[in-house]
Design a protein around this ligand. Structure first.
Ligand code: PB1
Length: 334
């Protein structure tokens, strides 16, 4: 009887033939054998845009970031592109809120205006726009309310209209973060009907009802006035549900999938990476950024090392693209 275990060559030679520390002996060797690399061209920089000109409103909840008018957002996008960051993700911030989220598809809105300004300043920057209603509804939910509930199909029409208004303004990619069922298909149909077959959809396919969004909600003024988002965002306990959401979005025409948040969901990133072939983005959200900033400010961690380690983990888990508030700061460090 052949003992196959004995016959097969060992996966790794035993010590002392194998000395794994040999390949850690120098920074050059470690660089040669590093399996996961961070490069600026994997990053997307979130930008908060407001109406007006010359406006910059620093964000206490997101140190180093500010609400910017279109002209200053164009400068920020150009500066990011100059250090290798290829794309920005725009979030509109406005006081003009109503029950129909009419501001979401206003051709003169902050996002639509910023798209044009950025494209004019740096045509090669990829402009991604967040498509959601929470910044534009007077109740802060990501959809339209009917009888006090977030009505799915009614919301789809407004969400698709908002996406078309972004494409009309020159967006390269639209990113629906609303988590309504069927929104990717609704947006794809609306874009194609309006001649925007070339505009891509980066779907927040696996977006969780997370506690890590608070700094963003402060920045965007988009916290729900009542209740929460657990009726449309995913339950943090579920991975199979995330895979079903991804499968639905692939079937509806998504070009890129996203998992969000990132660091608390590395297992989900890995599961999606192993199941689907589409490019995979992960959003390292405001709470992930703010926590590390606060710990660094308290002298508890080395911000640069911890940020690089966190983003490396997100890439190692399988994300091709990382949306991160560190994008502009980190790029020169790489
Ligand atoms: O950085 C972040 O926290 C992102 C927050 C994210 C933006 N897409 C959503 C958070 C929320 O649920 O409020 C916004 C929802 N459209």
């Amino acid at each position: 009887m052949i003992d196959r275990a004995a016959a097969a060559p060992p996966a790794v030679a035993p010590f002392p033939q194998a000395r794994p520390r040999r390949l850690r002996a120098s920074a050059t060797l470690r660089r040669m054998v590093r399996e996961t690399r961070l490069t600026p061209d994997r990053f997307v920089l979130p930008l908060f845009v407001v109406e007006g000109a010359g406006v910059t409103q620093p964000l206490d909840s997101l140190p180093g970031h500010a609400r910017l008018s279109a002209d200053l957002a164009a400068q920020a996008a150009r500066q990011a592109y100059a250090v290798g960051v290829p794309a920005v993700l725009l979030f509109g911030v406005t006081d003009r809120k109503d029950e129909s989220a009419s501001g979401a598809h206003d051709p003169g809105g902050a996002v639509q205006t910023a798209i044009a300004a950025i494209k004019d300043a740096e045509p090669d920057v990829v402009v991604v726009t967040d498509v959601c209603l929470c910044a534009y509804t007077d109740h802060g939910h990501c959809g339209i309310l009917v009888d006090g509930e977030v009505a799915n199909d009614v919301s789809l029409e407004v969400i698709a209209r908002a996406a078309v208004s972004h494409a009309d303004a020159g967006a390269d990619v639209v990113a629906p973060s609303d988590m309504m069922d069927g929104r990717v298909g609704a947006i794809r149909s609306a874009l194609d009907a309006e001649g925007h077959e070339g505009v891509s959809i980066m779907s927040y396919a696996a977006k969780y009802a997370s506690a890590f969004y608070s700094p963003f909600r402060d920045a965007a003024g988009s916290a729900p006035a009542f209740g929460d988002r657990r009726g449309y965002q995913l339950d943090p306990g579920n991975v199979r549900e995330a895979l079903r959401e991804c499968a639905l979005d692939v079937g509806e025409g998504a070009d890129v999938l996203m998992v969000k948040p990132a660091l608390p969901y590395l297992d989900v990133i890995r599961a999606v990476r192993e199941r689907f072939e589409l490019p995979l983005a992960a959003y390292s959200v405001s709470g992930e950024y703010a926590m590390l900033k606060a710990a660094a400010a308290a002298g508890d961690v080395d911000e640069r090392a911890a940020a690089l380690e966190s983003l490396t983990a997100i890439r190692r888990a399988g994300a091709d693209i990382v949306v991160t508030y560190w994008a502009k700061e980190l790029a020169p460090w790489l």
